[in-house]
Design a protein around this ligand. Structure first.
Ligand code: UD1
Length: 345
């Protein structure tokens, strides 16, 4: 029988792509999601793509009793913990929302795991833990820091996992520090569906291209980068999903815990991304320069070699692939998963 993997937040952007990658790798994913930031319509899309209804429970990861029941009922072999809020600005305005959900959720999940037999966990962390890096590319040995409550929650969660590993040798943990996930499944059936105004660059660009927004604001043109705009390590969500499969396989196999960067190792500026997107879509993306966004850094890209050494994983998709797939998703789903379900959020 195939091994079951619990995906907290499994109906979200990265969770849903990882769901499909796990199915392709022979696992049976089980979703726990409260649908606070995603649409239940994703479940129909997953069914269309796999030919099977998705196993899904509606509920919060902060509900430790519910999580324990799921772990035991399904004899879960490993958990991938995606569930968490991720909007930096919102975290500054509503810090308690972030501490309660991101840290409270992690505590609840770990208590449920401790009370059951499952001690194998993959955690979605972020390159935000590197703060403003002294240089690039960034290795996992770089110092960590935080500049906002969202980043703080990621660091606290990483620290909590480290403390548990010291306390109990049975824990097997993979911490994945994502760089900038973009793109969509090549089917065009699942993708990123931000509620309201997108915070991140790629969904903003796709919404300008599809005519939902008049132009893009490019935040800052005087950074110390080749064209003056911010440089990031954009990684195709399909590569990221594959990184989770590799992480689960490594933990269930060799069983040694790790913390790794998931990025491509290549930096691209805002203007490079806009040009690549225009080439991939055949659309013009009007933009204007705006002041720097508070908290942004000039350059952030990974040294991804540790993930390759430990997990045998490497990103394979180009920036052009990311743009082509993001555009296919946006064009086929101009309203994301649909207006009818917007009240459900
Ligand atoms: C952001 C968060 C990061 C979080 C990640 C989650 C901030 C400061 N950082 O990363 O903590 O982990 O999202 O996905 O919010 N840009 C524009 N115009 C836009 C949007 C963005 O020019 O409308 C620029 C930014 O200034 C930056 C680049 O595009 O140079 C990428 O921005 P974004 O997609 O928001 O990602 P990060 O800021 O790297």
């Amino acid at each position: 029988m195939s091994q079951k993997i619990l995906l907290t937040g499994g109906a979200g952007y990265i969770g849903s792509h990882t769901y499909l990658a796990l199915v392709s790798a022979g696992f049976t994913p089980v979703i726990l999601d409260d649908f606070s930031n995603c649409s239940p319509a994703v479940l129909d899309r997953l069914q269309r793509l796999t030919g099977h209804p998705a196993l899904c429970e509606r509920g919060s990861v902060t509900d430790s009793g519910l999580v324990q029941r799921l772990l035991e009922q399904h004899r879960i072999g490993a958990v991938i913990h995606f569930a968490g809020f991720k909007a930096v600005g919102e975290s500054v305005a509503q810090p308690l929302k972030y501490y309660a959900n991101n840290i409270g959720g992690m505590v609840g999940l770990l208590q449920a795991m401790e009370a059951s037999a499952c001690r194998t966990l993959v955690f979605s962390s972020s390159a935000t833990v590197y703060g403003d890096p002294a240089s690039v590319p960034i290795t996992e040995k770089f110092p960590v820091s935080h500049t906002n409550p969202y980043g703080h929650t990621k660091l606290v969660c990483e620290d909590m996992l480290a403390a548990l590993r010291v306390a109990g040798p049975l824990w097997r943990m993979g911490v994945l520090r994502y760089f900038n996930p973009v793109g969509a499944h090549p089917s065009g059936l699942i993708g990123e569906d931000p509620a309201g105004l997108p915070n991140n660059l790629m969904p903003y660009v796709t919404q300008v291209a599809v005519g939902k927004r008049p132009y893009l604001n490019v935040y800052g043109r005087d950074y110390n980068t080749p064209d003056g705009t911010g440089v990031r390590d954009y990684i195709h969500v399909q590569d990221l999903a594959q990184g989770h499969v590799a992480a689960v396989q490594a933990l269930l196999g060799k069983g040694e815990s790790f913390t790794v960067n998931l990025g491509t190792g290549r930096g691209h500026s805002v203007l490079e991304l806009v040009s690549a997107f225009e080439r991939a879509s055949g659309k013009t993306v009007p933009y204007q320069f705006a002041p720097r966004r508070a908290g942004d850094v000039a350059q952030c890209y990974a040294d991804p070699s540790l993930a390759e050494d430990l997990l045998g994983w490497r990103a394979t998709h180009s920036l052009a692939d990311m743009c082509t797939d993001a555009w296919r998703w946006q064009q086929g789903n101009p309203e994301g998963y649909g207006q009818a379900l917007a009240g459900d959020r």
